[in-house]
Design a protein around this ligand. Structure first.
Ligand code: PMP
Ligand code: GLU
Length: 393
């Protein structure tokens, strides 16, 4: 049997693989501390569950769910109210997770050989999705020294690129661009014809004095060339529900919709009723803010403890729920019997010798670092860092 060339070049998602491995080890009775998944540890808020249960009981179990247009309308209203993006409900496409929306966008936009500017470190699924659409990812390199942020000059070096991917706050770096930095990137984009895919899935997880601004809202010329991505997984602790969306130029959203009409038809009917409650229920903002505050405390705690470990340095997270720690100070050492010369070795030593699951930075295009998700309890944060301290001492 021969598989397609297309699929032979795809590797499985490392974040998902590590999360599954940690869960399997826990099921086997091993006391693993998992910093793997970028997944809230909270349960979905009750009013969201209730709305889905109600829809299920009311017979919302069919194709083209009753709530589909109401949900698009609620998302379009949210974009207008909170993000300063003025779009019609029909310019919103609801998908089976933000991941699916991004996949559909690359399929809809890219021709073979089209260049996509991809700032490093990048979320694991972007390069694979770009390759699956025949595109060529052009990494825009950053490092700890540049705070993992690109400059407008890096965009200007590739005026022929078709697409720029932005993800602020960033998975995995936990960094975000200030409105001024983003405006400077927008200026460079506007000197070219490139489109921007702005992945804003961590919009509600912002810490300290940082301010979130949607890329499309920075200049009146941007909405016609920007697709905004978001989803319910992170904001509302709904990872398993698989609901996300894209919003942007009519032609692109319509093309993505045509693709999905053959792929999934529609996201799960009663899940959409839950999503509608998430965007419209009066308790929503308060519940989201409570989770955000918890994440912020945990992030600061993990960051402070990590920075005290030998050969480890990281920035205080500005958004999302990741500490992205440069551990290259430990390269050349033998840790728990593993010769550590890169992030994969480091992650292997952490898992095998300390029972701590974390994601090697090489999966994000940055081999000096490892990613630790702090979407877990304070106890787990302390327990895992204690173990890493013992491993590194
Ligand atoms: N973009 C980024 C940057 C992410 O971290 C995630 C999390 N998996 C997603 C998109 C997609 O999430 P989901 O498919 O659960 O909506
Ligand atoms: N986005 C999360 C992460 O990076 C969830 C897993 C995934 O979809 O990649 O860990």
């Amino acid at each position: 049997m021969t598989l397609s060339n297309r699929i032979q070049n795809v590797s499985a998602s490392v974040t998902i693989a590590i999360t599954s491995k940690a869960k399997q080890m826990q099921n086997d009775g091993i006391d693993v501390v998992s910093y793997g998944a970028g997944e809230p540890d909270f349960d979905t808020p009750q009013f969201i569950k209730d709305a889905a249960i109600e829809a299920l009981q009311a017979g919302d179990t069919r194709y083209v769910p009753r709530q589909a247009m109401a949900l698009k309308t609620a998302i379009a209203e949210k974009l207008g109210r909170e993000n300063g993006i003025d779009l019609k409900p029909t310019d919103v496409l609801v998908t089976m997770g933000g991941k699916h929306a991004l996949y559909a966008a690359f399929q809809a936009i890219l021709n073979p050989g089209d260049k996509v500017l991809l700032p490093t470190p990048y979320w694991v699924s972007y390069p694979e999705q770009i390759a699956l659409a025949g595109g060529v990812a052009v990494p825009l390199e950053t490092s700890y020294e540049t705070q993992f942020k690109i400059t407008p000059e890096q965009i200007r070096q590739h005026p022929d690129a078709k697409v720029l991917v932005l993800n602020s706050p960033s998975n995995p770096s936990g960094q975000m661009y200030s409105p001024e930095e983003l405006a400077a990137l927008a200026e460079a984009v506007l000197e070219t014809d490139m489109m921007v895919l702005s992945d804003e899935i961590y919009e509600k997880l912002i810490y300290g004095d940082n301010k979130f601004i949607s890329f499309a809202a920075l200049d009146p010329r941007l909405p016609e060339r920007t697709v905004t991505f978001n989803g319910l997984s992170k904001t509302y602790a709904m990872t398993g529900w698989r609901l996300g969306w894209a919003a942007g130029p009519t032609e692109v959203i319509a093309a993505m919709g045509r693709l999905l009409s053959h792929e999934t038809t529609n996201p799960v009917s009663f899940a959409q009723a839950g999503a509608l409650a998430a965007y419209t229920h009066p308790d929503s903002d308060r519940v989201v803010e409570n989770m955000r505050q918890d994440f912020e405390k945990r992030g600061i705690h993990m960051f402070e403890r990590l920075n005290k470990l030998p050969g480890v340095k990281c920035y205080q997270p500005q958004g999302a729920f990741y500490c992205f720690a440069d551990v290259s100070g430990n390269f050349g050492r033998t840790l728990g019997g593993v010769d550590v010369n890169g992030s994969l070795d480091f992650a292997k030593a952490a898992l095998e010798a300390a029972n701590v699951a974390l994601v090697p930075g090489v999966a994000f295009g940055e081999d000096a670092c490892v990613r630790l998700s702090f979407a877990t309890s304070m106890e787990q944060i302390d327990k895992g860092i204690d173990r890493l301290a013992e491993l590194l001492k």
